[in-house]
Design a binder for this molecule. Structure first.
Ligand code: SF4
Length: 378
């Protein structure tokens, strides 16, 4: 197999694993002239780096219905040996093409032998090439405790993909995987290892294939919320299902990106705005309405909570106002201690989105007219 063709295929296959939402990939992901896949990823401290995302192998033993690498799909299989992949990465790194690695793989021969090779790749990078940069290592469903422990020790971030929000949903699209034994148990081990400060300082994550199993947004967010509270998950990613030719779901409709976007917005409410799952508003089909931002919908259905006076409201009250985010709420509370706010322009100066905020606030007791039209607040 031609060297560049291999990078193209195994890098291209890795695109289905997300390392950032499309909301925060700026600049957007790109493919260089050789076909290698390079993605911007936002680190927990807010810095953006370029990741090489690649599979160790695309030869899978499993037969997940949505996946291009499933064993019953007819296409050419290939893979790297650990030293070859480590060398490829270091070559790109030394030419300043990438700054970090996102390594995943299909289940090649067995989960154990694939995890062995993935870990070997990372060990070569860490110890032979002394690479100290960012590594996100995907943990395969069903991996044993010792592999998980080593992965956590060596990596900045690890992840195990849930794919679907319940046992039945997962069974319907990935019959080889057992939600409790293969996915939740590894996530529990990772939680314990991280609580002992064993490694993975950038946390542990998961991903859902949105729309593949007929699940609702309510099911996805309920499971996500449970993972945050019971498994200390750092964050969840949502990947819109896109049909792949030659799979049982090739005629299944693709999931609109707007649905993925609304899930990310709601996930932000859970993680950054102190919303509880029970406060997220769904439509009659148990999905997030696509027509409006979830926080705006919550605000419009709670007129008793508005308007809030920006010069006296608590940070929690400010966080409920459309157009005020965690950073701007923080700045308002900090700055008004010295000087009260008097105008919308002053609020704009601390990052408030003025067009959204007007109907929901008072500034020194005064209502703000214009901007976003809100039927509930005449
Ligand atoms: S185990 Fe992973 S690579 Fe294999 S078919 Fe399932 S989703 Fe695809």
């Amino acid at each position: 197999m031609n060297f560049y063709k291999k990078i193209q295929v195994l890098g291209g296959s890795a695109k289905y694993d997300l390392c950032g939402s499309y909301l925060c990939t700026s600049p957007p992901r790109k493919r260089d002239p050789l076909g290698r896949w390079i993605y911007p990823a936002v680190l927990p401290e807010g810095k953006t780096i370029l990741l090489l995302k690649i599979l160790l192998s695309n030869a899978c033993e499993n037969d997940c219905k949505y996946c291009l690498n499933r064993c019953s799909r007819d296409f050419h299989r290939m893979g790297y040996q650990p030293d070859g992949l480590a060398k490829l990465f270091i070559n790109l790194f030394s030419h300043c093409k990438v700054q970090g690695l996102f390594l995943s793989s299909a289940v090649c021969t067995s989960v154990a032998s694939t995890m062995e090779k993935m870990i070997k790749t990372v060990e070569i990078l860490r110890f032979k090439y002394r690479f100290k940069g960012y590594i996100h290592l995907k943990i395969l469903p069903g991996a044993g405790f010792d592999y998980i422990k080593r992965a956590v020790q060596l990596s900045d971030r690890v992840s195990v993909n849930l794919e679907a929000p319940s046992r039945d949903r997962l069974k319907s699209i990935a019959s080889d995987k057992n939600l409790d034994k293969d996915i939740l148990l590894p996530l529990k081990w990772i939680k314990v290892l991280r609580s002992e400060k064993t490694g993975a300082p950038a946390g542990h994550t998961t991903q859902f294939v949105v729309g593949a199993s007929g699940e609702s947004d309510k099911e996805i967010l309920k499971t996500t919320s449970m993972l945050y509270s019971e498994f200390d998950l750092t964050r969840a990613y949502f990947s819109s299902f896109q049909p792949v030719p030659g799979t049982p779901l090739e005629n299944h409709p693709p999931t609109p990106l707007l649905r993925e976007h609304r899930l990310y917005q709601s996930d932000f409410l859970l993680r950054k705005y102190n919303f509880k799952f029970e406060e997220i508003i769904f439509d009659s089909s148990k999905n997030l309405p696509l027509s409006r931002d979830p926080k705006q919908i919550w605000s419009l259905t709670h007129p008793e909570r508005f308007p809030v006076e920006v010069n006296t409201a608590t940070k929690q009250q400010l966080l409920r106002v459309p157009g005020i985010g965690p950073k701007s709420a923080e700045r308002i509370v900090r700055m008004r201690g010295r000087n009260n706010f008097y105008t919308l322009e002053e609020l704009r100066g601390v990052g408030v989105v003025v067009k959204w905020v007007r109907p929901f606030i008072l500034i020194n007791g005064k209502k703000q007219s214009g901007g976003f039209q809100c039927r509930l607040f005449p």
